[in-house]
Design a protein. Structure first.
Ligand code: ATP
Length: 504
């Protein structure tokens, strides 16, 4: 099977999101799609999947033009899509989720649960997915949920599989597993379109690469191209891939956390006796495999967790027991890992989102009225500075590409007067050019004397930005080690091994 997109153009009002894009992918091939935030990758895939109608251009399957009115048509023609935000129903089992939607496509393959179970087992065995058809989706780790999405697509005989930033939410181990799965799918004849911002992954997996910038194809580099070459082609200028920073000049301790314990409603302990301090002008990186208490730790600091014991003192102010509002008012900046849930209001404009998290909307609200001019000027400045690709400051946040949404949050939080910055996965889904910029801003925040708690599952990011590194494992501190600690040591610590001579 051969899929060709030919001269596809898609406009949103005056914005040309896809400008005569052509791309082909054949059976047994992985085609990497690279492009900066807002370049038009997801839009193109949504056209392919029948979610959007192209304004011009055509889609050809085995050289025959096809027309997809909706995803049902695309699925029936053998196109499968794994979205970054999974479309699974958490309270259903794996088999129930795989069955769901089959009725909509008019196929009669799996309309009873036993057939669905059987199909899950078949596909799972064939590709070594180790999926239990009867497991509840909500109990599965993210990497396994993604496999359910892949099985769902394969169960509908997908021959072209689109993976839109599949590794953004995966641990390094899960990423390796996914790469392996992609290779097996490729060998079995599936055609794969693979979108990622991680250049290493593209170079490792892709047989061919297409780079798009501002909606148009700018090149088809070979997978042997270097990271620097790919980055420059994506962004249109050379990109510094390493962070330059001076050694920290830490001041006195600003945040002191003692014996922090966080439990959920069911009594499970997620953070178990964690103690640390962060000095002014210092970045404390929190390393660990996702799910070892990092999320709960940051949420506890922000007042987003209900059952918290211990103390968290910021500049003599106890944060425990404070509402989120009062924590923000105390000068805590927060870049949450869940940007859509906690970072933005989708129906608000970019400018309105820029006003959030400020104490009484200051300085953009006075006497209960929004100072629209000042707000607009501020939002426009941030748009330019952070290179946020949008039609303007009035565009709704929900209409922004994922990476640009992330940039709005980072721009807003780093523009407030901060006494502490809590940054969780600050560059998730962000392109290499913007990572360079955000990293510089985090270092500048540190250098202005603000303590920074940086949580990231990207060890590269932790190593690049941190002055000290705290490793969490099963909710406990394995050790707090200096920057420059070898990665192998960090890796062992992330698996729970105590380093020699570490001090908390
Ligand atoms: N429904 C929509 N209405 C208006 N504009 C939209 C809509 N969907 C996308 N856009 C715009 O189209 C452009 C391309 O967005 P798209 O999501 O395709 O980018 P992307 O390459 O996938 O970016 P990222 O790497 O950040 O995910 C962006 O400027 C975005 O704001």
């Amino acid at each position: 099977m051969k899929l060709a997109l030919r001269d596809v153009t898609k406009r949103f009002g005056t914005l040309v999101a896809n400008d005569r894009i052509s791309l082909t992918v054949e059976s047994g091939e992985i085609h990497g799609l690279l492009g900066e935030n807002g370049a038009g990758k997801s839009t193109l895939m949504n056209v392919l999947y029948g979610l959007y109608q192209a304004d011009e251009g055509e889609i050809l399957l085995d050289d025959k033009p096809v027309h997809f009115r909706d995803p049902g048509d695309a699925i029936a023609a053998g196109i499968g899509m794994v979205h970054q935000h999974f479309m699974l129903v958490p309270v259903f089992t794996v088999a129930e989720n795989v069955m769901l939607g089959h009725e909509a496509t008019g196929r009669f393959g799996i309309l009873d649960i036993d057939a669905a179970r059987k199909r899950v087992r078949e596909i799972s065995d064939r590709f070594g997915f180790h999926l239990d058809p009867d497991a509840l989706v909500e109990n599965l780790p993210v990497g396994i949920q993604q496999r359910v999405e892949i099985v769902k697509a394969l169960s509908r005989d997908a021959r072209v599989l689109v993976l839109d930033e599949p590794t953004a939410v995966l641990t390094p181990q899960e990423t390796d597993d996914l790469m392996q799965i992609m290779r097996q799918l490729k060998e079995s004849g599936t055609a794969i379109i693979f979108i990622t911002h991680k250049l290493r992954e593209i170079r490792e997996a892709a047989d061919r690469i297409t780079v798009i910038r501002r909606g148009a194809v700018v090149g088809e580099p070979p997978p042997s191209a270097s990271n620097a070459e790919l980055a420059a082609m994506m962004v249109g200028r050379p990109v510094e891939l390493t962070v330059h920073k001076d050694p920290a000049q830490p001041g006195p301790a600003a945040l002191t956390v003692r014996d922090l314990r966080v439990t959920d409603d069911d009594g499970h302990v997620h953070v178990d006796g964690v103690s640390f301090e962060i000095r002014r002008g210092e970045v404390l990186g929190v390393a660990g495999v996702q799910g070892n208490g990092q999320t709960e730790l940051t949420e506890a600091l922000l007042g987003l967790q209900a059952h918290v014991e211990g103390s968290m003192v910021l500049d003599d102010v106890e944060l425990r027991g404070r509402s989120v509002r009062r924590v923000l008012d105390a000068g805590v900046g927060f870049i949450p890992e869940d940007r859509q849930g906690e970072g933005l209001v989708g129906e608000f404009s970019i400018a309105e989102n820029m006003m959030l998290n400020r104490s009484h909307g200051k300085p953009f609200v006075s006497l209960g009225t929004v100072q629209q001019r000042a707000l607009n000027a501020f939002a426009q400045e941030r748009l330019d500075q952070y290179d946020i690709r949008a039609s303007g400051i009035d565009q709704h946040a929900a209409q922004l590409s994922g990476g640009n949404q992330q940039k709005v949050i980072v721009a807003r939080e780093l523009s407030r007067d901060l006494r502490l910055l809590v940054a969780a996965q600050p560059t998730r889904g962000v392109d290499v050019g913007s990572i360079e910029f955000i990293h510089k801003q985090i270092v500048a925040t540190r250098d202005s004397g603000v303590p920074v708690l940086l949580v990231s599952t990207e060890l590269d990011e932790i190593v690049a930005l941190s002055d000290r590194i705290m490793v969490l494992y099963r909710g406990r501190v394995v050790g707090i080690v200096p920057a420059g600690t070898p990665r192998e040591t960090l890796g062992l610590m992330m698996a729970g091994e105590q380093p020699e001579g570490s001090a908390a």
